[in-house]
Design a protein around this ligand. Structure first.
Ligand code: NAD
Length: 264
């Protein structure tokens, strides 16, 4: 049990039916926040997650399948959350997808989808949530960027562009609200073993005719000096920290949790 108490706070975590976002949603609910889940997946499994969090943590948990590739749906998520869980004090922009291809072979529709989900949706959610945060003079906005928000890798043009954009958006929002009780920070994780990365491991294994173990060692973790995946729980702990009292002094920061990747 964390000693950071978020009782009475309302939190939205986009893309929280899986991976990093699901870990963040659990951590915030465990600390007492009412949580709005979002993302895709099997309806029965999502309901099990939602009901399990209600019974484990005794908080209100809502769910919306709003598609973050559509601006109107991203904005609607804020109003749906207000109806389901009350005021939105914490906004974690986490939904994201990936596609790996050389720039001259990159499908334009994939490019647009990645920019829409990984970058533009955060503009819409922040734009829609900020008025309430300003009225209460409290807010915690956490954007889940990536080490790829700070450095590039080949074949990930859309992802790298979106994540660099998200880091820029984070800094701008932080400056605009710096004199209020609202903070805005980015978290820049290295590789975390989630379904998003598992898909890349499978693709690379096929393309390079390698085993999954070889891909993990020689390709995925080649840039991560620790040679270990980052744990999703450590990202969730960092979000919780930013929502707690000491988080008040952090704003406009890009917090690397990357096993030393961007220290090179
Ligand atoms: P994941 O695939 O496990 O989860 C992605 C979540 O986003 C799921 O809940 C999915 O349903 C949701 N989602 C996808 N498209 C959506 C849409 N259009 N609208 C609403 N929800 C949608 O991925 P993950 O690894 O947990 O990634 C979460 C975030 O962390 C992403 O922004 C990703 O870029 C970032 N990240 C991941 C890693 C990593 O190594 N896994 C590293 C750095 C940053």
């Amino acid at each position: 049990m964390s000693d950071i108490d978020l009782s009475g706070r309302g939190a939205i975590v986009t893309g929280s039916t899986s991976g990093i976002g699901l870990g963040i949603a659990h951590q915030l609910a465990r600390a007492g926040a009412n949580v709005m889940l979002n993302g895709f997946g099997d309806a029965g499994e999502i309901e099990n997650i939602r009901a399990g969090m209600v019974s484990d943590y005794g908080v209100t948990v809502g769910y919306s399948g709003a598609d973050m590739s559509h601006g109107a749906a991203a904005r609607g998520l804020i109003t749906d959350a207000q109806a389901a869980i009350g005021d939105v004090d914490i906004l974690v922009n986490n939904a994201g997808i990936q596609h790996v291809a050389p720039i001259d072979e990159f499908p334009p529709e994939k490019w647009e989808m990645i920019i829409a989900i990984n970058l533009v949706s955060s503009f819409h959610t922040i734009n829609a949530a900020l008025a309430g945060m300003k009225a209460r003079n409290f807010g915690r906005i956490v954007n889940i960027a990536s080490a790829h928000g700070l450095v590039a890798s080949p074949y990930k043009s859309a992802y790298v562009a979106a994540k660099h954009g998200l880091v820029g958006l984070t800094k701008t929002v932080a400056l605009e609200v710096a004199e209020t009780g609202i903070t805005c920070n980015a978290i820049c994780p290295g590789f975390v073993q989630t379904p998003l990365v598992d898909g890349q491991i499978d693709d690379q294994a096929k393309v390079n005719n390698m085993s999954r173990e070889e891909v993990i060692r020689d390709i995925v973790l080649a840039s991560q000096p620790s040679k270990r995946f980052v744990e999703a729980g450590h990202i969730a702990d960092t979000v919780l920290f930013l929502c707690g009292p000491a988080g008040a002094s952090f704003t406009g920061a890009s917090l690397s949790i990357d096993g030393g990747w961007t220290a090179r």
